[in-house]
Ligand binder design. Structure first.
Ligand code: KIV
Ligand code: NA
Length: 278
């Protein structure tokens, strides 16, 4: 079912990031509606402090791997256009979007910003690229926003985000991500727009939710890692702890000579050959 139809039928849209073959196959097996190869890739997979250093080439390398983990009938694959790959002009944005589709094998792209990127969104939409917007907290602008913090907390600022969202819809975006805003703004956007509004830290009154794979699965919550889990994110599993436990058990058995035992030494040599050999 298309996302627009899901909104009309009031079926909530479930979207998750994924960045490689295994995470894509998990997302596919869970029956999630939309797989986002997000530029959070730079932070949670590549260890950058922000999303800004990530290049389009890095993104495409991962997006292709995600595609290999998804089936034809599987989730819609959306690829983020990284910081610096699209802002200069609608033509530059179109080139980046075509690369995401041809080399990254994405179904659609997402880019950040409001009215100032509406011309680019229109160029993409008119050129056959399915494009998603992203408003509210836009992590690529972290340097000018002054940190990862909630947006739209005054009536004037909320109005401005609503105007941005309307401009993106008019430009031909098929959906929007709305990040880190108070729930009343989430509700207002979702009611004002015909296209689906997918929230992250935007409260429950939106058309769908998106979370970062590593955050919702507790992949990096080990004290060891710098990644903190945002306040709005529920942690549904603890795969980071599970991984560390498994690795410690493996190390223990290797050091103790307990692995591999006979059960895991499967390759036999016929007895007569073994005798000759020894
Ligand atoms: O890159 C990303 O993970 C995103 C989601 C937070 C929406 O853009
Ligand atoms: Na992103």
């Amino acid at each position: 079912m298309s996302l627009l139809r899901m909104k009309r039928m009031k079926e909530r849209i479930c979207m998750v990031t994924c960045y490689d073959y295994p995470s894509a196959s998990h997302v596919e097996c869970a029956g999630v509606d939309v797989a986002l190869c997000g530029d959070s890739l730079g932070m949670v997979e590549l260890g950058y402090a922000t999303t800004q250093p990530l290049t389009l080439d890095e993104m495409l390398h991962h997006c292709r791997a995600v595609r290999r983990g998804l089936s034809e009938e599987g989730p819609l694959l959306v690829c983020d256009l990284p910081f610096g790959s699209y802002e200069e002009s609608p033509e530059v944005a179109l080139r980046a979007a075509y690369r995401a589709m041809k080399e990254g094998r994405a179904d659609a792209v997402k880019l950040e910003g409001g009215r100032h990127v509406a011309r680019s969104v229109a160029k993409l939409a008119k050129s056959g690229v399915a494009v998603m917007g992203h408003v509210g907290l836009t992590p690529q602008s972290i340097a000018t926003l002054g940190g990862f913090r909630a947006q739209g907390r005054t009536a004037v600022k909320a109005r401005s985000i609503l105007d941005d969202a309307l401009a993106l819809q008019d430009a031909g975006a098929f959906g929007l991500v709305l990040e880190c805003v108070p729930p009343p703004l989430g509700r207002a956007l979702s009611e004002a727009l015909e296209i689906p509004v997918i929230g992250i830290g935007a409260g429950p009154h939106v058309d769908g939710q998106v979370l970062v794979y590593h955050d919702l699965l507790g992949a990096l919550s080990h004290p060891h890692h710098r990644r903190f889990v945002p306040k709005f994110c529920k942690v549904f599993a603890d795969i980071g702890d599970k991984a560390v436990q498994g690795l410690k058990a493996y190390k223990h058995d290797v050091k103790a000579g307990a692995f591999p035992d006979a059960d895991f030494s499967p390759y036999e040599m016929p007895d007569d050959e073994a005798t000759k050999f020894q």
